[in-house]
Each structure stands twice: as C-alpha cells, then as structure tokens.
Design a protein around this ligand. Structure first.
Ligand code: 5SP
Ligand code: FE2
Length: 223
C-alpha cells in the first residue's frame, strides 16, 4: 500500500452504475473504496448495506472496502459486513454499548477495526482500546451527507490524534472524512493524516483520474 491512501466515498457515486463507478475510480488511481452505511437513526440519512458490499465483491472488486458504519446499534451489522467482504470496519463509539466488544467482533472476523470521531466527539474513547484499533477516522463534517464543507478545527484534532497514535507505538492509520479535496489535502496531511476520504471532490468531477492525480501531486509536496 502507498504511504498515503486515497479512499473515494461511493456516497457521491452514481448508484445506478455502482460497479462501473467503482471500477472507474480504482482504475483512476484510488487505493481503497470508502463505503458509507447510514441508518436514518444514528444519522438522518439512509444509504446502503451489506448486500451492496457483497454485490461489489461479486462484481469483481478486489480492492479493500473501508466500511464506515453510521448505524446504531452497531453489533448487529458487524457479522453481515464481515460476511459481505468488508476489509476495514469502523464505527462511532457513541453508537456502541460495548466498544471493546464491537472492536473484538470485527477483529475476530478477520477485518481491520476502527473508531470514528464526530467533530465534537472527544478522542478519549481511544485510551483503553489502542491495541485493538487499526484505524482512527476523524470526521471533518457532521456525518450524514456528502458535499459539506471541511470544518477547520479538525486540523488541531488531527494533530492531537497523530500525537496519541505515535505515542502508542501501534500501527494505526489516521483517516479524515468530509470536505476533503485537492485544495486542502496537503494541509490535512501536514497535520498528520495518512488516509483521505473524498466523495464529492472526486465523483463530482468528470475526470476522476485528474482529481486523484492532483491529490497525489499535493501529497507529494508533504513527505
Ligand atoms: O461519512 C461521510 C458523511 O457522513 C463521508 O464519507 C462523505 O461521503 C464524504 O463526502 P464528501 O464530504 O467528501 O463529499
Ligand atoms: Fe464516511
């Protein structure tokens, strides 16, 4: 895997042509696919579930699928996504009654596990589970919709999370999700992120490769 990972969010893809959209964005240079699951309960929107993940695998997608669960309760969905071919499963700690158990269920299923922090959710949920976390996902918008503006205060939180991860000694990726584009990706990387979700910035343009290339060019100036 590259040092920096670009993870297009298929929330902004054309769902009527999802398999083709995923093939196109991977051929354009994306590293992994970000898969947003919303339940109209934890967040005020409703999207896609394990059947769609499974359908993408059946379609022939071999890239990692990064499942971002915005559902409550969390645990009921974990087994279904493991079975559907998820590679990484992240969830919001406030949406789980037993964070350690949810993380362990994901790990036991052979997937990478992660916690997602909304803009106002404190990082202290990480403290006792760092050994079970492969990914920290910082939301730079409030979850529920694509196409929102990046909340600038996220940059301080990225720095704080980077310091915690480095001090832990564990191999944990730091992902940022919401309002990421070629215009701010370098600044987010400089703050310490290594994995970048971008939905509307990529799928909102005609030429996905041009956007991903522009993002890589920006990232090349960072490290
Ligand atoms: O999880 C979410 C939204 O809740 C995201 O993954 C969005 O899909 C990102 O979309 P853009 O802000 O990049 O358009
Ligand atoms: Fe997401």
């Amino acid at each position: 895997m590259n040092d920096f990972i670009i993870a297009p969010s298929i929330l902004s893809a054309d769902f009527a042509r999802l398999g083709e959209e995923v093939d196109t964005v991977l051929a354009a240079g994306a590293d992994i696919i970000h898969f947003d699951v919303m339940d109209n309960h934890y967040v005020p929107n409703l999207t896609i579930g394990p059947m769609v993940c499974k359908a993408l695998r059946k379609h022939g997608v071999t890239a990692d699928i990064d499942v971002h669960l915005m559902v409550k309760p969390v645990d009921r969905m974990i087994g279904d996504f493991i079975e559907a071919g998820a590679s990484i499963i992240t969830f919001h700690p406030e949406a789980s009654e037993h964070i350690d158990r949810s993380l362990q269920m994901i790990k036991d299923g052979g997937c990478k596990a992660g916690l997602v922090f909304n803009p106002a959710t404190p990082l202290h949920y990480l403290k006792h589970v760092m050994d079970k976390v492969d990914m920290v996902l910082l939301m730079s918008v409030n979850p529920g919709f694509g196409g929102q503006s990046f909340i600038p205060g996220t940059l301080d939180k990225v720095r704080e999370a980077r310091a915690l991860i480095d001090a832990s000694g564990y191999d944990i990726r730091l992902e940022v999700d919401g309002g990421v584009s070629e215009k701010n990706i370098a600044e987010i990387a400089r703050a310490g992120a290594d994995t970048f979700v971008a939905g509307s910035a990529i799928f909102g343009k005609e030429d996905y490769k041009a956007v991903i290339d522009a993002m890589r060019k920006e990232l090349a100036s960072v490290r």
